[in-house]
Design a protein around this ligand. Structure first.
Ligand SMILES: [Zn+2]
Length: 597
């Protein structure tokens, strides 16, 4: 059997990216590539860049991007396999992944491997994994139900045991990895959670490490497994989902297992918080409502809010459960039992209420600046709402929460977005983000070896959104198309942006900034953000003693912040920002003295 991953590479190499994209978009020459109006959003200025040489496209307006397969998938609404098959025809190749015989053979290999993982779990070597599962509350009786297993330590167990199927096929199934120094097992010394398709056949694996990173490792995209088209546990949940027309969407494998164990049988896992269109459409086949139960930090993140909007856009009713802070569904079930979880699910908020609440949690609406930023984000959200009733409801909620007059809110939400005023936290986010972008651009353009970055900056300090790309780089992948194959839609969007962004960046300066912003200051910055929230809370509770103490802490921390930054030689405009911060600090103190006394 020919290696299909190799086929895809071959097909891509033969495609004329320019002529394919030109069928949908008028491309004009610009620098070393082409520009055109993006077909995926209302684009007045040509925001889409195409690099024929790199085989990539990216829209700097809406953020869509990827390789030519991703373009065809998106514009023709095809699955990965369908798009590849169509493109293969164009270059006179046949792509046999959809042929039943070939797929069946791949499926039977996956089933064999899943069985061997399950057998390992019961062997002497599997003791650690058995202990882990028992401690998590998964008794032996459920190992079989969920197909749980264990991948042995060592680099070549799967590679050797299944060598009869050929390395190319095992690579293609994502069971092996091509590294710089050869081909080796992807899953090593991990507890294995098979990912099953709708019919309950294993198509991929999730592996949990006992120590070290990444804690969870998924199969890569393969002819059988497309993470963006599947939710974990769908074969167990589909029946109950159809009966209740509702699904409970959690993040991780253990969340699903714990809920299933607690008889919440319509629980499925999104395998990450950034949902895709494909996942939304899959759920829509079974349910009308999705209750999201992510831990609170994850739920309120931008990626997760965007995912929830994707669910709404396919016509699903979305509610968001509010778990106790720091708790995930797995933990809640273990501590409070099924009742505690059910209570939280019953009290889930309608999406728009959750959205507005999470905005309020992020912005201090008692300050002018906080209000401005709150309204700015709310504006984008409210402008996407079609129904008048819901729109009015949103206006009313915001008015209640922020104590701004209804008419004012209505006008503000209808207005144009303004530029964000830069205070400490917003500036920090922007700064951190732009430096990460610079570093990843340099690396993905081939202007900076990853080793140089990882030697200075802990890969874990990269933001969550960039983590998948960082982990590819950590695993030694250098080839762009291989990196893209490992990423989901959102990851591919980012990678294409980084690789095609042609802004000039000085590698030396970028690395220096990265050390400063990503590695050291963030700790201080993070604490400052926490303090701001605590100060706000203490004022709300009129605990002026605590408030005073916190404000003193904050003042000290600001000095440390300044010192840390001065030590690295900041320019003039930074200095002014600090002074501005100090003034704000004084204003706050003066303002609240009168409030407090
Ligand atoms: Zn666009």
């Amino acid at each position: 059997m020919p290696g299909r991953r190799a086929d895809v590479k071959e097909i891509k190499a033969r495609l004329d990216v320019f002529s394919i994209i030109s069928r949908y978009v008028t491309l004009t020459k610009s620098g070393s590539g082409f520009k055109g109006k993006c077909p995926f959003h209302k684009d007045d200025t040509p925001s889409m860049t195409v690099s024929v040489e790199k085989g990539l496209w990216h829209c700097f307006g809406c953020g869509e991007g990827g390789d030519v397969i991703a373009f065809v998938m998106k514009i023709e609404r095809l699955s990965f396999i369908e798009a590849v098959r169509r493109l293969a025809e164009e270059v006179g190749m046949s792509f046999d992944a959809t042929e039943d015989g070939a797929r069946d053979e791949l499926r039977s290999i996956m089933a064999e491997v899943a069985n061997s993982f399950a057998k390992n779990l019961r062997s002497d070597a599997g003791e650690k994994a058995r202990e882990y599962l028992l401690n998590r509350g998964y008794p032996e009786s459920c190992w079989m139900t969920y197909g749980l297993g264990y991948a042995l330590p060592g680099w070549e167990n799967v590679k050797r045991t299944f060598s009869k199927h050929g390395e190319a096929t095992l690579l293609e199934l994502g069971l092996l990895v091509q590294g710089e120094n050869g081909i080796y097992d992807r899953f090593r010394d991990r507890t294995i959670f098979p990912i099953l398709d709708l019919s309950g056949r294993p198509v991929g694996f999730g592996g949990r490490a006992f120590e070290g990173e990444p804690k969870y490792l998924n199969s890569s995209q393969t002819p059988l497994f497309d993470k963006g088209q599947l939710v974990y546990g769908i074969s167990w949940a589909r029946e109950r989902m159809s009966q209740t027309r509702a699904a409970v969407l959690v993040e991780g494998y253990t969340d699903v297992l714990s809920l299933q164990q607690a008889d919440i049988l319509n629980a499925v896992g999104s395998m990450g918080t950034s949902l895709t269109q494909g996942q939304a459409e899959l759920l829509k086949r079974f349910v009308d409502e999705v209750v999201i139960a992510y831990d609170q930090d994850a739920a309120g993140s931008a990626a997760s809010l965007r995912g929830m909007q994707i669910l709404r856009n396919v016509g699903l009713n979305v509610r968001v459960a509010r778990l106790p802070t720091g708790e995930d569904p797995d933990g809640l079930v273990r501590k409070g039992g099924a009742e505690a979880m059910q209570e939280v699910l019953d009290a889930a908020l309608p999406f728009h209420e959750f959205f507005i609440e999470s905005l309020k949690a992020r912005h201090d609406v008692t300050t002018v600046r906080g209000k401005e930023r709150f309204l700015e984000e709310a504006r984008e959200f409210s402008q996407a709402i079609r129904g008048v009733v819901l729109h009015n409801e949103v206006v009313r909620l915001i008015s209640d929460l922020t104590e701004m007059r209804i008419e004012f809110v209505r006008n503000e939400l209808a207005g144009k977005p303004q530029s964000r005023s830069a205070d400490g936290s917003a500036r920090y986010e922007m700064e951190h983000e732009s430096i990460e972008n610079d570093i990843l651009s340099l690396v993905l353009r081939g202007d900076l070896p990853w080793g140089k970055v990882s030697a200075l900056v802990d890969p874990e300090d990269f933001s969550e959104a960039n983590r998948p790309i960082v982990s590819c780089l950590q695993n030694g992948l250098t080839d762009l198309s291989e990196i893209l194959a490992e990423l989901d839609e959102e990851g591919a969007r980012r990678a294409s942006f980084y690789a095609l962004d042609d802004k000039p960046i000085n590698p030396e300066i970028a690395v220096r900034e990265a050390v400063k912003w990503i590695a050291r200051l963030p700790a201080i910055e993070k604490r400052l953000l926490e303090l701001a929230q605590m100060i706000k809370d203490s004022a709300e509770h009129e605990d002026w003693e605590l408030w005073n103490k916190l404000v003193r802490d904050q003042a000290e921390l600001l000095i440390a912040w300044k010192r840390a930054k001065d030590a690295t030689g900041e320019g003039m405009h930074e200095q002014q920002d600090h002074e501005q911060q100090d003034h704000e600090q004084q204003d706050k103190e003066e303002g609240s003295e009168s409030e407090g006394s």
